[in-house]
Design a protein around this ligand. Structure first.
Ligand SMILES: O=C(O)c1ccccc1NCC(=O)[C@H](O)[C@H](O)COP(=O)(O)O
Length: 256
C-alpha cells in the first residue's frame, strides 16, 4: 500500500468526527492567488508551514506558526500554505485558523481532500485556497469537489504529477495547476518533473512547481520552464532566516 493510499484511508475514517465550525471571525481581506501570480516577476512563492512529513520525519516540530507566517508575508511570499494533516504531518487546522487571522495574503489549506466537508472546514477556518490532488480523486469526485470549491468562493490548486493527471487537470478547467516534483508513492523528488510537463503549459493557466526547491539554482531552474509559482516547505522551515532565503531565490535572475 502506498503512503498516499494510507493517508486517504485515514482521511475517510476521520470524516465523521471532522470539526468544521470556527468562531465567526473577521479575517483580513485576501487577494486571489491567481491574480498575484499573474503579476509576480519572475514568479511568486507559496511559503509553507510544515512541521514534519512522511519522507523527512520531523522538520521543525516546535514552530511559532504565526511568527513564521508573518516572516513569510513580510519577505514577499505570495501566499502561505499550511499543512493541516495531523496524523502524517503533525499539522493542525488550528494552525491555519491562526495564520488566516493574521495575514493579508492568500492562505492555502494543504491537506488531502476527499470530501466537501473538508472544503467547508477550510473555508470556515479562513483558507482562501484548497489543494485538490488529482491522484487522490476519480474524475467524478474531482469535478464535484472542484465545483464545490468555486461555489464556496475558494480557489482550487489542482495538483498533478504526470501527463495523464495533467490532462485531467486541464480538462477540468483549473486555473491554478501545481506540478508536484515529489512522487507520492516513492518519495523521489526531481525538478525534471516540472521540465517534463512544461510542454502542456498554456497562457490561460498558472503553473506552480511544488517540492524539492532548496536553493536559488533550483528556483531559477524551475522558473525557466515558465511556472509562475513555487511551493516551498522544508527549506523555509529549516532556514535560520526564512526572509533571507526567500530574498535570495531570484537575486541573480534580477541582476541579469
Ligand atoms: O513531503 C512529503 O513527504 C509528502 C509525502 C506524501 C504526500 C505529500 C507530501 N508532501 C506534501 C507536499 O506536497 C510538500 O509539502 C510541498 O510541496 C513542499 O515540498 P518541500 O518544499 O519539498 O517540503
Amino acid at each position: 500500500m502506498t503512503i498516499l493510499t494510507k493517508i486517504l484511508e485515514t482521511k475517510k475514517q476521520e470524516l465523521a468526527g471532522l470539526r468544521t465550525d470556527f468562531p465567526e471571525t473577521d479575517y483580513p481581506a485576501k487577494p486571489r492567488l491567481a491574480d498575484l501570480l499573474r503579476l509576480a516577476k519572475p514568479a511568486g512563492v507559496i511559503a509553507e508551514i510544515k512541521r514534519s512529513s512522511p519522507s523527512k520525519g520531523v522538520i521543525r516540530a516546535e514552530v511559532d506558526v504565526i511568527g513564521q507566517a508573518k516572516r513569510y508575508e513580510q519577505a514577499g511570499a505570495s501566499a502561505i500554505s499550511v499543512l493541516t494533516d495531523e496524523s502524517y504531518f503533525n499539522g493542525s487546522i488550528d494552525d491555519l485558523h491562526e495564520v488566516a487571522k493574521q495575514v493579508a495574503v492568500p492562505v492555502l489549506n494543504k491537506d488531502f481532500i476527499v470530501d466537501k466537508k473538508q472544503i467547508d472546514r477550510a473555508k470556515n477556518a479562513g483558507a482562501t485556497v484548497v489543494l485538490l490532488i488529482v491522484a487522490a480523486l476519480d474524475d467524478e469526485k474531482l469535478h464535484e469537489l472542484f465545483a464545490y470549491t468555486e461555489e464556496r468562493g475558494l480557489e482550487a490548486l489542482v495538483e498533478v504529477h504526470d501527463e495523464e493527471e495533467m490532462k485531467r487537470a486541464l480538462a477540468l478547467g483549473a486555473e491554478l495547476i501545481g506540478i508536484n516534483n515529489r512522487n507520492l508513492s516513492t518519495f523521489e523528488v526531481s525538478l525534471e518533473n516540472t521540465e517534463k510537463l512544461a510542454s502542456f503549459f498554456t497562457d490561460e493557466q498558472l503553473f506552480i512547481s511544488e517540492s524539492g526547491i532548496h536553493s536559488p539554482a533550483d528556483a531559477q531552474r524551475a522558473v525557466k520552464t515558465g511556472v509562475k509559482g513555487l511551493l516551498i516547505g522544508e527549506s523555509l522551515m529549516r532556514a535560520n532566516d526564512p526572509g533571507a532565503f526567500l530574498d535570495s531565490l531570484f537575486r541573480q535572475e534580477e541582476a541579469r
